[in-house]
Design a protein around this ligand. Structure first.
Ligand code: PMP
Length: 392
């Protein structure tokens, strides 16, 4: 029997579907575009993650420059080949000391630190329990782990305990942001640790928005909760927010770090973090340790921002770190409000679905330790020029 002859595929537009999807996004107000900023503009930045204002601190910049001069523009190879320098080792020593952990391992981004840690500590056959509002890098880490993943409701410690008590796997990991990136709320770390300890699971805490901001000296949420140095607690962090540079880290027991050096693919198969970033992050850490009041200043400025938003009829939640989140009535209202504020010289973040899985669009304003009275007055004036109906 002869099979019917298949028609040859008509050579079409290989990008046609992508164009159609872009048109759909445009219609739904979901199209994202890059807006390159100038090196120096007159905009008040309340959208960056430079919580301590250290990105342009002369001491931090100088350390980056010195590192480039001494070590070159790149790390030249993966950490296990040529990419580990004395500079990396010194930063790792300092990070572990500051956060009260036994050891640290620097990755080339916080995203990769999460991929590396979660995947290497779990794996096929293991259980990973992840908070529903964890950062996308944690979500991707769970997917990459090939473990059985249970997504627990946001902050729902009882649901996490249920998942752990039903498990058949030997290995179990619970992973949570310390400070959630969109709403800025703190995870119930002490309760989570009590549950993971009781069930023999590891607790992985992403300190991205907590390092430099949470704790009296900015040493992070785990330390503030009394969990630093616990053998069953592993921290991940980024060097790109309060430390003003670039890169990531995993911190924990030396056994954990040795395991990652040997098994974390996001570490092994990636070029080491560039020396400029290592040097700059180390200098930022030195500044933070010399000026521990920076952390409280960032948190205080977050309270100032909340006060102003409330004065103008918005309903932000009380800040627990430097992130301030103000719910908006719709994606369009969020986009329009962010655009109006920018017209008035204030840059804020705008979060809408699908970045926010709960579907609530928000403005996200980030405080910085170096915000001045003049900056706050400028925000006040810009908010005064917005229609009051945009909030919920
Ligand atoms: N974790 C959280 C909670 C984050 O918000 C981010 C960055 N936005 C990351 C990890 C990733 O860090 P990096 O930007 O250094 O890759």
């Amino acid at each position: 029997m002869t099979s019917p002859v298949e028609p040859l595929p008509v050579p079409g537009d290989p990008l046609g579907e992508l164009r159609a999807l872009a048109a759909q996004r445009e219609t739904a107000g979901m199209q994202r575009t890059l807006r390159p900023r100038a090196a120096h503009d007159d905009v008040l930045d309340l959208a960056s993650n430079d919580y301590l204002g250290l990105c342009r601190d002369p001491r931090v910049i100088e350390a980056g420059v010195v590192a480039v001069r001494s070590w070159g523009a790149g790390a030249t190879g993966s950490r296990l080949v040529t990419g580990s320098t004395e500079l990396h080792a010194a930063l790792e020593h300092e990070l572990a000391d500051f956060t009260g952990t036994g050891a640290a391992l620097v990755f080339s981004s916080g995203y990769l630190a999460n991929l590396g840690a979660v995947a290497a500590l779990s794996g096929p056959g293991a259980l990973v329990v992840s908070d529903a509002l964890n950062h996308a890098s944690v979500v991707d880490a769970c997917r990459l782990s090939r473990a059985d993943v249970v997504v627990a409701g946001h902050g729902d410690v009882a649901a996490i305990e249920r998942a752990l008590s039903r498990r058949t796997a030997d290995r179990a990991v619970v992973v949570t942001d310390a400070v959630f990136s969109v709403d800025g709320d703190l995870a119930p770390l002490a309760e989570l640790h009590a549950v993971t300890r009781a069930h023999g699971a590891l607790l992985v805490i992403d300190e991205a928005h907590a390092l430099g901001v949470v704790g009296t000296d900015g040493s992070g949420a785990a330390r503030a909760a009394g969990l630093a140095g616990e053998p069953d607690v592993v921290l991940t962090a980024t060097l790109s927010k309060s430390l003003g540079a670039q890169g990531g880290a995993v911190l924990g027991d030396p056994v954990v770090v040795e395991h990652l050096v040997n098994t974390a693919r996001a570490f092994i198969f990636d070029t080491g973090l560039a020396p400029a970033s290592v040097g700059a992050a180390h200098a930022a850490l030195t500044v933070l340790r010399a000026e521990p009041g920076l952390a409280a200043a960032a948190r205080d400025r977050a309270h100032d921002i909340v006060r102003l938003l409330r004065d103008h009829g918005m309903q932000p939640s009380a800040p627990q770190a430097a992130v301030v989140s103000a719910p908006m009535g719709s994606p369009a209202a969020a986009v329009a409000s962010a655009a109006r504020l920018l017209e008035r010289g204030v840059r804020v973040g705008c979060f809408r679905p699908p970045s926010v899985p709960d579907g609530v669009s928000r403005l996200r304003l980030t405080a910085r330790a170096d915000l001045t009275e003049t900056d706050l007055a400028r925000l006040d004036a810009a908010l005064g020029a917005m229609p009051r109906s945009t909030g919920t």
